[in-house]
Design a protein around this ligand. Structure first.
Ligand code: AMP
Length: 190
């Protein structure tokens, strides 16, 4: 199996790249943000809970997120591999992912990190907010909070996967196909 963690701050282009990579490598794409938004739209119990965190740009609690991610993986027993987009975002989530994959006799193959500087992220997200309908893209202070949360809670995962020789940093600025090509080089060499 190829199990990719697509990593990077909000607005780095994880979702965009995942759409191309899932076709190219026949992987199942799991975006925790998308699953939360689906639940919010359908006003499920999970959606109502998640919304209170997401609208402020905060992380949804680990236990809730980990249970949800486990359920998404279990829905795809035939998968050749996964692209995890937006997960893990904390060390507890990274440990949980390792355990889940170990229970399937597999592991994270690589963390591919899209590196983009903060001011470009803010610009991209404000632009996306004009059409995404996402409350968390519409307000610059929420966007800046999401980026701050990334540095405070999530960026540490670079060390986590670097220690396992699984971290691959990619320049996330360029055209969409250029960046897909950069990521593909990493995947093809795995
Ligand atoms: P995203 O679509 O990845 O930008 O995620 C949107 C929002 O969903 C985040 O700002 C968080 O509030 C929440 N979220 C998504 N993934 C996670 C995660 N792995 N852990 C906690 N919260 C998450």
């Amino acid at each position: 199996m190829i199990n990719l963690v697509l990593f990077g701050p909000p607005g780095a282009g994880k979702g965009t790249q995942a759409e191309f990579l899932k076709e190219k490598y026949e992987l199942v794409h799991i975006s925790t943000g998308d699953v939360f938004r689906f639940n919010i739209k359908n006003a499920t119990e999970l959606g109502v809970l998640a919304k209170s965190f997401i609208d402020k740009g905060q992380l949804v609690p680990d236990e809730v997120t980990i249970n949800m991610l486990n359920a998404e993986v279990e829905k795809n027993p035939e998968a050749k591999g996964f692209i995890f987009d937006g997960f893990p975002r904390t060390s507890a989530q990274a440990d949980a992912l390792g355990e889940l994959l170990a229970s399937k006799s597999t592991d994270v193959s690589a963390m591919v990190a899209l590196e983009v500087e903060d001011e470009i992220l803010v610009e991209r997200l404000l632009e996306r907010g004009k059409t995404s309908g996402r409350a968390d893209d519409a307000d610059e202070s929420v966007i800046r909070n999401r980026i701050a949360v990334y540095y405070k809670e999530t960026a540490i995962l670079k060390n986590y996967y670097q220690a396992k020789d699984k971290y691959f940093g990619i320049d996330g600025v360029g055209s969409i196909p250029e960046i897909t090509e950069r990521i593909s080089k990493v995947i093809d060499a795995l």
